[in-house]
Design a protein around this ligand. Structure first.
Ligand code: TYM
Length: 327
């Protein structure tokens, strides 16, 4: 049987090129070697209050982006988290395996909580639900962006603890981050990661941005002092981010890219980065628009995906309950 990979994205805003290069595109490539299970994690999205109508739309759109990017529903499972009840159930059980202190150390929780007046309890226990997502499928590989590293490490710790405390039920998953694009930074501040929730639209390129918007946003991206085009995150964070986006979009090696831009100015770099992004995104955008016109097809695929996911998840949950002594 093929090894399994699992990953997910929150339907909590419009997708940007960080989500695409850090997650979706590596999933598409890895489909050759792994059986993919790709979740739309709507229960995670509500750890921050979402307008219900937006949540509904973003959920459908996310399914369309998965497909438009090349996730093959014949080979991989695409489903919505809330359609498969074992996620919430195992999420609770893992709250009774995780320690308060280890959740309190999660850097993503700390930075998200810092910005808010009201912090929902679900934001704190978020990583136990993520661990449940992964562990229900006996997942071997979790392809994600760099910001999810700590959560995947916690998942391994929880699996290991459960296996020792109760019975060896869970497979310990491995983290996978892509060589290019695992951490795309904000265009207006290369010290911050590009994020769905930043108030500044100019900080990110959305997957649906038009060629004109892409040109405009890249043209305004923060660069660094000096004129040299060189990959060095320490001293040239802005230029390095553009080079990394270029590498992710073209698939070229960094040494080759540096040689290509040697002696050129920032204007040329920005024009070529924008062109590479437009070329990469145009066919994905076309397929996305087509899919969004076919609501029945999306609903049908999601129902089918939920059924397949449920069958696998229910079996793991049964073994978990048995190991714990839940009658
Ligand atoms: P989310 O929705 O914040 O992000 C989805 C994916 O996009 C990656 N990503 C980035 N990659 C590169 N550069 C960036 N600037 C950037 N921003 C986001 C994220 O690393 C992620 O891979 N907790 C997860 C969702 C989740 C999940 C899971 C993932 C829930 N359960 C189980 C894997 C397995 C999250 O919030 O992703």
């Amino acid at each position: 049987m093929a090894k399994r990979m699992f990953s997910g994205i929150q339907p909590s805003g419009n997708l940007h090129i960080g989500n695409y290069f850090g997650a979706i595109r590596p999933w598409v490539a890895l489909q050759e070697q792994y059986e993919g299970i790709f979740c739309i994690v709507n229960l995670h999205a509500i750890t921050v209050v979402q307008p219900p109508e937006d949540l509904r739309n973003w959920t459908r759109e996310l399914a369309a982006w998965y497909l438009a990017s090349g996730i093959d529903p014949q080979r991989s499972i695409i489903f919505v988290q809330s359609h498969v009840p074992p996620h919430a159930e195992l999420g609770w059980i893992l709250q009774c395996v995780a320690h308060f202190g280890e959740l309190a150390r999660m850097t993503q929780f700390k930075s998200k909580a810092e910005d808010r007046e009201v912090v929902l309890a679900g934001l704190f226990t978020y990583p136990t639900l993520m661990a449940a997502d992964i562990l229900l499928y006996q997942t071997e590989l979790v392809p994600v962006g760099e910001d999810q590293r700590q959560h995947v490490e916690l998942t391994r710790d929880l699996a290991d603890r459960f296996n020792h405390q109760y019975a060896p039920v869970f497979t310990l998953p491995q983290l996978y981050t892509p060589p290019e694009g695992a951490r795309i930074m904000a265009l207006d501040d290369p010290h911050k990661k590009m994020s769905k929730s930043s108030p500044s639209d100019a900080s990110r390129i959305h997957l649906l941005d038009s060629p004109e918007q892409i040109v405009e946003k890249i043209a305004h991206a923060v660069t660094d002092s000096g004129r040299e085009i060189r990959f060095d995150r320490e001293t040239k964070p802005g230029v390095s981010n553009l080079l990394e986006i270029y590498a992710a979009a073209t698939g070229k090696e960094m040494a080759e890219i540096e040689a290509h831009f040697a002696g050129q100015g920032y204007g040329t770099l920005k024009r070529e980065v924008a062109d590479a992004l437009i070329a990469e995104l145009a066919p994905v955008q076309d397929r996305f628009r087509q899919l969004m016109r076919e609501n029945d097809l999306l609903d049908h695929l999601l129902a089918e995906g939920a059924q397949k996911a449920q069958a696998i998840a229910a079996e793991t949950l049964r073994r978990v309950k048995d190991a714990i002594g839940l009658l």
